[in-house]
Write a new protein. Structure first.
Lengths: 268, 103, 158
């Protein structure tokens, strides 16, 4: 009886000690982040994005000023926070990248395969137009509550599909998003893994993308982050603006709804 | 391209603190791109912070300074409204300049 | 050649150096500074060679307040700050940022004019966990402070 009691006490002590270590782990980069301060190079990319929005381009020599991001043509402030959402003109739910691609095709006359030819920067690139646009547009929602559309039937099914995909194990390693992102207090090496099934975890993640990625020196989008997760899961390529990409972002945005956007963030 | 240098200059007690963020890839010349080709060295070699006619800091940088580099300096003798400039020159001969006024 | 002639003061060397100075004096401010870039210091590949290029092994000085994070989220951007307490170490005119395990240890050199604080803040690449050195030159003497920064890997490594 005494022996068992001692073992229980011992287990509790170990548990508390591990929890302390993990919580210290949470703050392990505080000094680093503190020394970096507010100077985020994403600011340059934001300026670029704004310029690109207003610059005439494509066969129609038109800017993106008439692009409707969900709040009416040309309304950029607050638009990112309300994505993904259903758009009647295409009869589907779209995220920021799908919507921008749509506007580039419709307003500027660019060919679909031209627009989707290079969705994301490759190693050594200094950023794409889409990445810059997303950086600026997200910045225009800074401080506003994450509020993706969930009234329309398609918006609801996008959430359901996103949730299904989140738990779907596939690929050579049988990974799902949930494999890494469904538990609290986990990390891969020193990278903390948010629990994306909870409001706190989803909010922390969704509110901070797009972000300047220190290791790459460029701004990356939420869609890119998910695509890169899939690459590491050895899953097929997650296409920009695809139903799957939109669904996963919807799942995350809805889980994080209500929290304030702070993007563009700063990531490793 | 829009502004390539973001500068803040603020009076703090007996000195003026200048913080500048510069847009530059600071390529070391040791990276390869997606195709396997070497990305040529392209980095800021020298930076000056100038207050009026005076160079208040002269820095020489190597490729080990981070991309989109940051510079913080503190100098005496500035007053509110004075112009502070940052000028850089890279190894390929390109230059960049930006200015702000002291708050 | 070698240690016998560290400043290249053979006849040819002296003429070369004087010539460069004359030319430098005539150049506009910007180009003047380029001509005086201490290029050789950026070319060393070991800590020992770096100290040699600087003119000797610096003495540790508590007057140098050197901040570098204990652990960096990513080695590509490591914030550092050098402040010199002039009451402990007066007359500092140059600061060096040295990252021991980088291919070329010298990351930055700051020439501090009078009326400017011996202070510099920047961000450097740190190739791997190791020592960083802030070296200050004051009236021909070299002083230093060191810090170790651990460089971590995050995520799946992609």
């Amino acid at each position: 009886m005494n022996n068992r009691f001692i073992k229980i006490i011992f287990a509790i002590v170990i548990g508390l000690w591990s929890a302390t270590l993990l919580s210290q782990g949470e703050g392990i980069f505080d000094e680093y982040r503190d020394m970096l301060g507010d100077d985020n190079p994403a600011i340059f990319v934001i300026f670029d994005g704004e310029e690109i929005w207003y610059a005439p381009a494509g066969p129609k020599s038109a800017s993106l000023e008439q692009c409707d991001l969900g709040l009416g043509p040309g309304v950029v402030e607050g638009a990112y926070a309300q994505l993904p959402r259903y758009f009647a003109d295409v009869d589907r739910v779209q995220d920021i990248e799908a919507r921008l691609e749509h506007c580039m095709i419709q307003l500027q006359g660019l060919a679909p395969d031209e627009v989707s030819a290079k969705p994301y920067s490759l190693r050594g690139d200094l950023g794409t137009q889409l990445e810059a646009l997303v950086a600026w547009i997200a910045d225009q929602s800074s401080g506003l509550a994450i509020a993706p559309g969930q009234a329309h039937a398609q918006e609801k099914s996008a959430y359901a599909l996103g949730e299904t995909l989140f738990y779907y194990r596939a690929g050579t390693h049988d990974f799902s998003c949930a494999t890494c992102h469904e538990q609290a207090g986990r990390r891969i090496r020193l990278q903390a893994l948010p629990n994306l099934t909870t409001h706190e975890g989803a909010a922390a993640a969704y509110s901070t993308w797009p972000a300047y990625r220190i290791s790459q020196g460029i701004v990356r989008t939420m869609g890119w982050r998910m695509r890169d997760c899939m690459r590491q899961q050895r899953m097929p390529e997650l296409t920009m603006g695809s139903e799957a990409s939109v669904a996963l972002q919807t799942y995350l945005a809805v889980n994080g709804a209500g929290a304030s956007m702070t993007a563009p963030g700063l990531k490793r | 391209m829009a502004s390539r240098i973001r500068i803040r200059a603020q009076l703090k007690g007996d000195y003026c603190e200048v913080k500048a963020l510069m847009r530059h890839p600071m390529e070391t010349g040791m990276r390869k791109d997606q195709t396997g080709a070497s990305i040529p060295a392209n980095f800021i070699e020298d930076v000056q912070v100038v207050h009026g006619d005076t160079v208040v800091m002269q820095a020489y940088w190597g490729a080990a300074v981070s991309a989109n580099p940051f510079l913080g300096v503190r100098f005496k003798g500035g007053t509110q409204g004075d112009v502070v400039k940052v000028i850089w020159r890279d190894n390929q001969g390109a230059t960049g300049t930006g200015e702000t006024t002291i708050r | 050649m070698g240690n016998l002639d560290p400043l290249g003061l053979t006849r040819r060397g002296l003429i070369r150096v004087s010539g460069a100075l004359l030319v430098a004096a005539a150049l506009p401010q910007k180009l003047w500074s380029a001509a005086l870039r201490p290029e050789s210091v950026f070319q060393t590949t070991t800590l020992d060679a770096t100290f040699e290029a600087l003119g000797g092994v610096p003495t540790i000085s508590e007057g140098i307040i050197f901040s570098a994070p204990d652990i960096a989220e990513n080695g590509a951007v490591v914030p550092i700050r050098i402040e010199v307490d002039a009451s402990v170490l007066p007359g500092v005119s140059k600061l060096y940022v040295i990252v021991e395990k980088n291919p070329n240890p010298v990351a930055a050199v700051f020439q501090v004019p009078p009326n400017t604080q011996p202070y510099a803040e920047t961000r450097v690449k740190v190739a791997q966990t190791g020592n960083l050195y802030a070296v200050a030159e004051a009236e021909g003497e070299l002083y230093m402070m060191q810090r170790e920064t651990k460089v971590t890997l995050g995520g799946c490594g992609g």
